[in-house]
Every structure is written in structure tokens, then in C-alpha cells.
Design a protein around this ligand. Sequence first.
Ligand code: SF4
Length: 329
Amino acid sequence: MTAPIRENLSGLDLRAEIERLRKERNAVILAHYYQKPEIQDLADFVGDSLELSRKAAETDADVIAFCGVKFMAETAKILSPEKIVVLPDMDAGCSLEDSCPPEQFKRFREAHPDHIALTYINCSAAVKALSDVIVTSSSAETIISQIPESQKIIFGPDRHLGGYLNRKFGREMLLWPGVCIVHEAFSETELLKLKAQHPGAPVAAHPECPPHIVDHADYVGSTSGILQFAKNFPGDTLIVATEPHIIHQMELALPEKNFIGAPGADGNCNCNICPYMALNTMEKLYLALRDLQPRIEMDEELRLAARKSLDRMLDMASGTVGKGDLGRA
Ligand code: SF4
């Protein structure tokens, strides 16, 4: 369980205090699209996990306050070892990361020595270090298309993203059985009811959704891709099958359009809100900037090993690695 805040912060103007500390600490504040609007609104950058870490690495900030989940803050540390990286709540985890303990992943790899490991970025630094290439939901398709069909692949930890890629590319990647509890919660029945209420409204879905949701989507892509689709689709209503806090950015960009979050099982539950992301609050962000805790610490050997598989992704995504270059790292 997350530790309760023991101080009484009720008299503080948190926005002003965060602003003061941001300057005093020379800090950059990052907010993932799944954060509460009040946090998104004060962040220096709002985006998806890798994009945020890369932007922060390009700044001369001394401190990164990452309003997201732990694997994202770890990625920021991997790319910016000289910076202090704080996460407002260290219990902000991820069901995909939890599904894939490094020891089990290592044994699985050892049981399949002729497979390379293509691993979704939603995993711990230790699992990244055990992988050959990291992918994001934005880069996965570009990267898979560069891997020879004869090359056997383990894909983890998201079986839905892996299954989507298998279907799209006719691959038979071996899938680690993890799921995102948020995208898993969308209900096909409720989605079909919503579509009937809004005839003609397209559905944009994240590939972490199970096939019975993705099959109804007009667009399937990463959070950044979904946001781009929202900015360009010609209609006036869009059904969004990913964590609904991303709708805040859509409403800011296109206030005249109507964005509806896809429903969970009873049509009205909050089960499509990520409970890990929701642990970050303004109070905890203030305390993290004030105390420079909780802080991401990482062994340098682990960081360099994890960095290798991330760099492989960046090289492949930018087209600087040829098909023949991809072997076991
Ligand atoms: S939305 Fe899903 S994948 Fe993203 S952090 Fe939450 S549990 Fe993990």
C-alpha cells in the first residue's frame, strides 16, 4: 500500500509551491497522458513514456519529476543518469511490469535459446536488461517489419499487443501472458451499445486492448497516434478506447468535438482509469520536488544493460540497423 501523507498541506497553494520548487530545483515536470488534468496542465511536457524521457534528457534540468509510473521514471533515469529522477509515488507500478518478474523472464529466455526477446517498454529495467530490443506501441510495427521472418521471437509482457502484431504481420511470436488491467477492462457489449448510440462515430483503440475491442476499432495505435487521429478525423464524435485521461488533451486541442471514453464492464464503472497513475497527486508532486524523494536509483551495470536494448530500438526505429544486424544482443 502507498504511504499516507502525514503532513497537513491544506494551507498551501500547491500550484504556486510547485512553481517555486520547479525553479529552485531546476526541475522539469513530465506528465503522461494518463495523469489527472491538473497535473497535465502544469507539466513542462505531456506525452507518452519514451517521448517524455527523451525530451527530459535533452534539457539541462538537474531534476526530472516524472508524473507517470515507475517503469517510465526508470526509463528517464536510463537516458539521464546524471539527473535526479523523482516519482511522486513509488507505488505507481503497472500490471504489465508486475506480470513479468525478471527471474521468471530469464528462465523463459533460457528455455528458448533460439528466440530473440522483443520487449514492450512497459517492463522493469531488469527485464529491459534481459531483452534484445525494446519496442513502444509507436515503434513496434517498424521494428517487427525489419526482423527476418525466420527469426523466432519472444514478445512480452503484453499478450494483447503481441497478439495484435502477430495477426497484423502473420508472425508466430511466443507471447508472455501479461495484460494491462485497464485496457483489459473494456466491455465489447458496452462498446457496441455506445456505437449504436453514436452511429458513424469512429473508435480509436490502443493495441493493449484485447481483440474483441480492437476488432471494432477504426484506428489502432499508441497514445500519441490516437491523439493525432483525434486531431484529424473528419466527424464530430470519437470513441476512445484507452485510459480516459488522454481525453483532456483532445478537448484542449478540439473543444468543439465530442470525445467519449469506451466503457468498462457495467458501462459506468471507473475500471478504465489506471489505478497506478491515479496514485500521483499534486500533494505528492510538491513533496517529491521539495524532498527530492522518492528517487529512482539504479545500479550502473543494470542501467547500461537496459540502455543497450533501448538504443537498439532507437536505431531500428530510425532505420540505422539493417535486417542482417539483428542477432542476439
Ligand atoms: S494503463 Fe495499463 S499499461 Fe499503462 S501504466 Fe496503467 S496498468 Fe500499466
